[in-house]
Design a protein around this ligand. Sequence first.
Ligand code: S3P
Length: 174
Amino acid sequence: MRYFLIGFMGSGKTTFGRALAARLAVPFVDLDAQIEATEGRTIPQIFAEAGEAAFREIERKHLRDTSRYSEAVVATGGGAPCFFDNMAWMNKSGTTIYLQASPQILFERLEKEAAGRPLLAHLGPESLQRVIVETLEKREWFYAQAQFTVPQSGHDFDRILENLEAIVRPNPEK
Ligand code: S3P
């Protein structure tokens, strides 16, 4: 089984994904890391040199390439479900899990980690807070299409992994 973890920047997809993959004893794939390794450039470099639209094309291609893993946990970039038909493709190609987090939790995390993220790097604290709220509002429609949601939790991932069946909620309409 292929699992796709989706959610906003700073929602913990990489941390949770690594732990989930270890628990399931399947490979862990970090889509952003895969893009950087294959393209030979960092994500900020791709944004700066080629622009966001080009990055989204590259991201789409690398996402499709994950179909070569019959079993894996794939951590996607925060924007991946929101472009092209990526979300529908993930739902068709594996199990999708949305890591939900409140704007406040995201702000606390991203304040320290904005530098490596081209969409946030230039923002001061007030703009960062506003951009998180506005972007999350736009993206929630895509994230809500996930088959499962890990609800806002403070992200005690050890506890979530211990109680995976109880905590991870199937989305009713999926
Ligand atoms: C992005 C999220 C990033 C990375 C790129 C764009 C986004 O991944 O793909 O900077 O649009 O939300 P993380 O969610 O791993 O930070």
